[in-house]
Design a protein around this ligand. Structure first.
Ligand SMILES: Cc1cc2nc3c(=O)[nH]c(=O)nc-3n(C[C@H](O)[C@H](O)[C@H](O)COP(=O)(O)OP(=O)(O)OC[C@H]3O[C@@H](n4cnc5c(N)ncnc54)[C@H](O)[C@@H]3O)c2cc1C
Length: 346
């Protein structure tokens, strides 16, 4: 049993936000106790209707830090999302800010809200998924707090120490931050999605700061597809310059429809105009880690590998036996993609 003095000491030291190791009392037999008061704010990505899956991966990362996880849902009409996030396992509290200024989720408008929230709650960590949304917002928040942004983390070694890929994933960098607040983005493929069947967290409305008015959201046009979304699909079939034309991507679309797969592409295929750039996988495209990745007519340049090498099983079809893609493939087929017959049995 803890003595009241030890409990008081623990409380005091934890409040000081310091790593502590102290002897709880000579007669207690418990020698040391490590604890730190952590509190993490996860900025929720959504479309006012639904949560974007990357937020669930960010919550898992936040939970690994220990301490309380609070989620900030900012939008124009986001009560449904707040309810959804409140049921995610490990979320303690949901902060909700609804205002027209959050139309389009512009970082110029969201940042003052995050700063005001930070001013009020004094989180030790602030994070978001490393998606376009997070990549847009996290550096701005960090700059305004005058701390370094730690981008695209794939591992948490300690509350102040993170691992992130550099040089297109060819090296891993361990970053130790001495900043008072750690602001980071989370690579979704490196953390499991947090389960969505937790106890309902408490929620609190927060007021929105006056609009910054630095930029205006005019509209967006989103590509529509019946296939699964590239970054969350369990199977991805990607085509490269070896496909020779956009029309030939039909080969992959037909296969994808049979396998309930998403279709991706190399940058060379995108640059050649075969497919739109939202299909690009890689360093400057999307990062995917499906159960099965099938690369068809893709050489396997490091910039492409940076976006898919964490896939659980990689299959490559390429006519060149020396193609670098075979170095990461679990199964390789050296063949002309237009001649080889790939069939799928369900
Ligand atoms: C800063 C930077 C960022 C980049 N970011 C990305 C990125 O995000 N994603 C990305 O993919 N690339 C990226 N690249 C480009 C990258 O370096 C490669 O140029 C690109 O990935 C090559 O695409 P590819 O494999 O489709 O084309 P190629 O290199 O031309 O390879 C085509 C492959 O198809 C095979 N092939 C041809 N015909 C057939 C056939 N009939 N049957 C079977 N196989 C066939 C060939 O043997 C070859 O291996 C980036 C480059 C830079 C400099």
């Amino acid at each position: 049993m803890w003595s009241p003095v030890a409990q008081w000491l623990e409380h005091l030291l934890c409040k000081r936000d310091t790593w502590v190791q102290f002897q709880a009392g000579r007669n207690l037999g418990q020698v040391s106790y490590l604890h730190r008061f952590q509190s993490t704010l996860v900025i929720v990505e959504h479309n006012n209707e639904k949560l974007t899956p990357v937020t669930l991966n960010a919550i898992t990362a936040a939970k690994q830090l220990g301490g309380e996880v609070t989620c900030l849902v900012a939008g124009t009409d986001c009560a449904k999302v707040a309810e959804e996030i409140s049921k995610v396992q490990g979320v303690k509290k949901v902060l909700i800010a609804q205002n027209d200024i959050f139309k389009g989720f512009l970082p110029e408008e969201l940042t003052p809200l995050v700063l005001a929230t930070q001013q009020q709650f004094k989180f030790t960590h602030i994070c978001a998924g490393a998606s376009a949304f997070g990549k847009n917002l996290v550096p701005r928040v960090a700059a305004k707090l005058d701390v370094a942004a730690i981008s695209d983390i794939i591992e948490i070694k300690a509350p102040d120490t993170f691992v992130r890929p550099i040089y297109a994933g060819n090296a891993l960098c361990t970053v130790k931050s001495s900043d008072e607040v750690k602001v980071f983005s989370v690579r979704s493929t490196a953390f499991e999605a947090a389960p969505t069947n937790g106890e309902t967290a408490s929620s609190e409305q927060v007021s929105s700061p006056p609009g910054a008015g630095l930029s205006e959201w005019l509209g967006q046009s989103l590509s529509k597809s019946d296939r699964p979304e590239l970054t969350s699909a369990k199977t991805v079939i990607s085509g490269g310059r070896g496909l020779k034309s956009g029309d030939n991507f039909k080969l992959l679309y037909d296969l994808a429809d049979k396998m309930n797969a998403a279709v991706g592409a190399s940058r060379a295929a995108v640059d050649a105009g075969f497919v739109p750039n939202d299909m690009q996988v890689g360093q400057t495209g999307k990062i995917v880690a499906p159960d099965l990745y099938i690369a068809v007519g893709i050489s396997g340049a490091i910039q492409h590998l940076a976006g898919m090498k964490d896939s659980k099983t990689i299959v490559a079809i390429n006519k060149d036996p020396e193609a670098p893609i075979f170095q990461v493939a679990d199964y390789g087929l050296v063949a002309d993609l237009f001649k080889v017959r790939v069939s799928c049995k369900r």
